[in-house]
Ligand binder design. Sequence first.
Ligand code: TYM
Length: 336
Amino acid sequence: MKRIFSGAQPTGNVHLGNYLGALRNWVSLQHEYESFFCIVNLHAITTRQDPALLAQKTKELAQIYLAVGIDPELSTIFIQSDVAEHAELTWILNCVARMSELERMTQFKDKAKKQRENVGVGMFDYPVLMAADILLYQTDLVPVGEDQKQHLELTRDLAIRFNRDYGDTFRIPEPYIPKVGARIMSLSDPAKKMSKSDDDPNGCVMLLDDADSIQRKFKRAVTDSGTTIRFDESRPAIANLLTIFQLLTGKSPEQIEDHFAAKGYAQLKQELADVTVEFLKPFQERVRATTDEELSRLLEKGRDKARQIARVTLETAMARMGISGARELAGLAARI
Ligand code: TYM
């Protein structure tokens, strides 16, 4: 069975963009692939986090994975820092990656612009940690939103380089970026992607927002000076609202355009808010349904399963590089 790996950061709140661009696809793909879904708390600490809040958000993200429909019987859910191999392989890949390729990462450049002198080494190295996440599991496919595409290309480059220099070790992963929903835009600025770090909180609908906030955010959503409601890339604000509507209702673009043919923007926003509230209601009930005991049992099971696979890959990579130490002396390298 082919394998998928993906993850999300336990920082802030999970929003509609995360769901429609990534988590939603994890849920459908888990039936066809052996699946690993990670809570990437080591990525989270590349920006300063409040420790108590980070611990709470880590647990909440596990609850969200379950509530959106990740089935722990089918998929492995685990916390990144529980599997030390992620940090270990990052070091090895750091010695394969080049400064110049990390300097080209647009997400780093954007974040660095905001922080200037205080850019951490961890933030610079973020894509290498992400490559380690993926490569440890001999991943075939990585379902992500469009903003992660460049990181996936780097992951492939590092794997290819390592394999070339030290011998075949890593499977080369492919990105899985959905045709619809790969880049959900901010409701307050359709030129920017929906993001939890958006300066304007009205631009971003959180999965755990209450009904009033959802109604308010859609009501304030930016539109344009037109009147017709059509899927038209050149009118990004309306196209974005319609894309969200399409993904939440499962209707086709033609059905949606027919439905709104004689209606105005206010009605589109109202119906979209109602659809979102209805969609999130059962999800929000499920988030609170798991007990702490269930959750820790599940995360321990996930950790053990993940470790087994991660260990084999890491030891292979170490042996290939000649850094297996005592194990190598015991002849392990010869067996790989
Ligand atoms: P994160 O936590 O920022 O986002 C989680 C997922 O949501 C997608 N996403 C979006 N999709 C559509 N529209 C948007 N506006 C939008 N905003 C976010 C992201 O593309 C992502 O798929 N670096 C990753 C986490 C990570 C990872 C990995 C992912 C770490 N290691 C290994 C895959 C494989 C991140 O920060 O995601």
